[in-house]
Design a protein around this ligand. Structure first.
Ligand code: MN
Ligand code: MN
Length: 468
C-alpha cells in the first residue's frame, strides 16, 4: 500500500535539484559499467606513461579503422584518422557529415600523470649503494612516494641516434625500485617537518643496486657494476642518460577495491580515467556524426600544459586548421564554432577530510560524471569559466541522453585549487566546459574512482560526440 505524497514532497520533487545516486536511477546499468571498467582496468595497468598510452591508443585506433591523418588527402564522412604528436600525445577524429563547417565536437583529456623523472646525470654511488637522482613531475605529495615499489619506464637515445624503450618492474619476477624512508625509531627530527617536507625533493633518490663489480681495488664499484649491467642489457653508456626520458611510477597492479568491488584502485586515474572513455566513445561511433568528432589525448597537463606536446602549444589549432582546409574554410572559423569537453578528474568528496569541501558544491563518488563550470584558484584565477549558455547546452545533452551526472567544484573557496586544459582550448575561441570523474586520493600513487562514474563519463562523451 503506497502512501500518497504530501504537498511538500510533490513540490520538492518538482523544484529541488536532484542529487541522483547512480544505483537509484541507473541501477540496471551496473553490469554494463562493470564490463566497461574491466577494459579500462586493463588499459590502466598496461599503459602507465604518456608514451605507453600513445602507443596503446594508436594501436587500438588502427584496429578500429583509423589511419594516419594526411592533410593532402580528401576524406568523407565517417572516415577515421589519428595524428601522432611525437609519440607522446594523440588526436583522433571521426569525420562528420558536415565536416568542421559548423565546428568540431572535441573531448580533450590528458595521458601524463605525476611521477618521478630521472635527472640528466642520475647515477651515483653513496656508501656502497647505487642510486638514481630524480626530479618530480607534477603536483605530487612527496612523502607518499617513499617505501613503495616503483617501476622504470621511458626511452633513451644513444649517441648514434638509435633509441631504446625501457619498461622494467611491471611483470612478475622483474626487479623493482624504491625511495627509502627513515625508520620511526630514528625519525624524531624528520617527524617534526611539515607534511610537504616529509620527504624533500632531493631525498627522492631511487635505490637501484648494492653489489660491487668484482675487482681487486677501485672506487665506486657498485655504480660501475650497474653501468656494466645496463650496458649488457640496453647497450647504453652513462652519457646516454642525458638524452633520455625515464620515469618512475608506482609498480602497483590495478584492482577492484572494496567488498562490493564498486571502486578501482590504481596509479594514474588522473587523467587516463577520462582519456579511456573519450577514445572508447569515439571508437563506438558506428555512423558518421553530424559534426567531426575529435578526441585529444594530451601530454604535459600535470606541469601546466607547456611544451610542444601540451595543449598550450599549437598542435590542436593546426590540426583543426588542416581539417578546415579540407572544407575550404579558415581554421579560426572552424575553431570559433567548435565545442569542447575538457575531460579531467575532479576531487571526490572524502568524508575523512570533509572540511575542505563545500558539501553543496562537491562531487560525490557514484553520482556520475562531474560537470565543473570553472576550476582555478582564489578569485577564479587560471581557468576558463564556461558560459551559462554552453553549460546549459551540455546539461541538456546529458539529460536528453539519460547520463548520470552531477556538478562539483574543486574544494571550498580559497582552500586551494587546480587547473585543466580547458583555458588553453577556450583561448582558441572554442566553447569549453570541464567534465570528468571524481577521484579520491588524487595525485597519490594509488588513486580511487567509482566504476559507475567511469561508465557515466563514457556515456557523456558518446552523447557529446553525437550532439548537434
Ligand atoms: Mn588531470
Ligand atoms: Mn592532475
Amino acid at each position: 500500500m503506497s502512501k500518497e505524497k504530501t504537498e511538500a514532497e510533490l513540490l520538492k520533487e518538482k523544484l529541488c535539484l536532484k542529487k541522483d545516486h547512480f544505483d537509484e536511477r541507473f541501477g540496471e546499468e551496473t553490469a554494463k559499467a562493470d564490463e566497461f571498467c574491466a577494459g579500462y582496468m586493463e588499459f590502466l595497468g598496461t599503459a602507465k606513461t604518456e608514451r605507453e598510452c600513445n602507443a596503446y591508443i594508436i594501436e587500438k585506433a588502427k584496429k578500429n579503422g583509423f589511419t594516419a591523418f594526411d592533410r593532402t588527402k580528401s576524406y568523407k564522412p565517417s572516415d577515421k584518422v589519428y595524428y601522432d604528436n611525437r609519440g607522446k600525445a594523440v588526436i583522433l577524429a571521426v569525420m562528420g557529415k558536415k565536416g568542421v563547417t559548423e565546428g568540431a565536437k572535441i573531448v580533450a583529456s590528458h595521458i601524463d600523470s605525476p611521477r618521478l623523472d630521472l635527472k640528466p646525470t642520475p647515477l651515483y654511488e653513496d656508501n656502497e649503494l647505487a642510486y638514481f637522482k630524480t626530479h618530480y613531475y607534477g603536483g605530487l605529495r612527496k612523502y607518499q612516494w617513499g617505501a613503495i615499489p616503483l617501476s622504470l619506464h621511458g626511452v633513451l637515445v644513444r649517441s648514434d641516434g638509435t633509441s631504446i624503450t625501457v619498461s622494467l618492474g611491471e611483470k612478475p619476477g622483474e626487479p623493482k625500485f624504491v625511495v627509502t624512508d627513515l625508520l620511526p625509531h630514528l625519525a624524531k627530527e624528520q617527524s617534526k617537518r611539515t607534511l610537504s617536507e616529509g620527504l624533500k625533493g632531493e631525498e627522492l633518490n631511487i635505490l637501484i643496486g648494492s653489489r660491487p663489480f668484482k675487482s681487486d681495488s677501485g672506487s665506486e664499484l657498485v655504480k660501475l657494476n650497474i653501468l656494466k649491467l645496463l650496458n649488457e642489457k640496453y647497450g647504453i653508456i652513462e652519457e646516454d642518460f642525458i638524452s633520455a626520458e625515464l620515469e618512475l611510477v608506482p609498480a602497483f597492479t590495478v584492482d577492484s577495491v572494496g567488498f562490493d568491488e564498486s571502486l578501482i584502485g590504481g596509479y594514474g586515474h588522473d587523467d587516463r580515467v577520462c582519456a579511456y572513455p573519450a577514445f572508447e566513445a569515439l571508437f563506438s561511433l558506428t555512423d558518421a556524426p553530424e559534426h567531426t568528432a575529435v578526441a585529444v589525448l594530451a601530454d604535459k597537463e600535470e606541469i601546466g600544459s607547456d611544451g610542444n606536446t601540451g595543449l598550450n602549444s599549437s598542435y590542436l589549432k593546426y590540426f583543426i586548421a588542416d581539417l578546415a582546409a579540407l572544407d575550404n574554410m579558415e581554421g579560426r572559423h572552424a575553431l570559433s564554432k567548435s565545442e569542447c569537453l575538457s575531460a579531467d578528474v575532479n576531487a571526490g568528496f572524502d568524508p575523512t577530510f570533509a572540511s575542505v569541501h563545500d558539501k553543496n558544491n562537491a562531487a560525490f563518488l557514484n553520482h556520475g560524471v562531474v560537470v565543473t563550470k570553472y576550476t582555478g584558484a582564489r578569485g577564479k584565477s587560471g581557468t576558463s569559466d564556461a558560459s551559462a549558455e554552453f553549460v546549459g547546452k551540455v546539461r541538456k545533452i546529458l539529460n536528453d541522453a539519460s547520463v548520470c551526472w552531477q556538478t562539483g567544484e574543486m574544494g571550498k573557496v580559497d582552500e586551494g585549487g587546480g587547473g585543466t586544459v580547458a583555458m588553453y582550448i577556450a583561448n582558441l575561441d572554442v566553447n569549453v566546459v570541464d567534465l570528468g570523474v571524481p577521484v579520491l586520493s588524487m595525485h597519490s600513487p594509488y588513486e580511487i574512482v567509482a566504476k559507475a562514474d567511469v561508465y557515466s563519463t563514457y556515456r557523456a562523451c558518446e552523447a557529446f560526440y553525437k550532439s548537434i
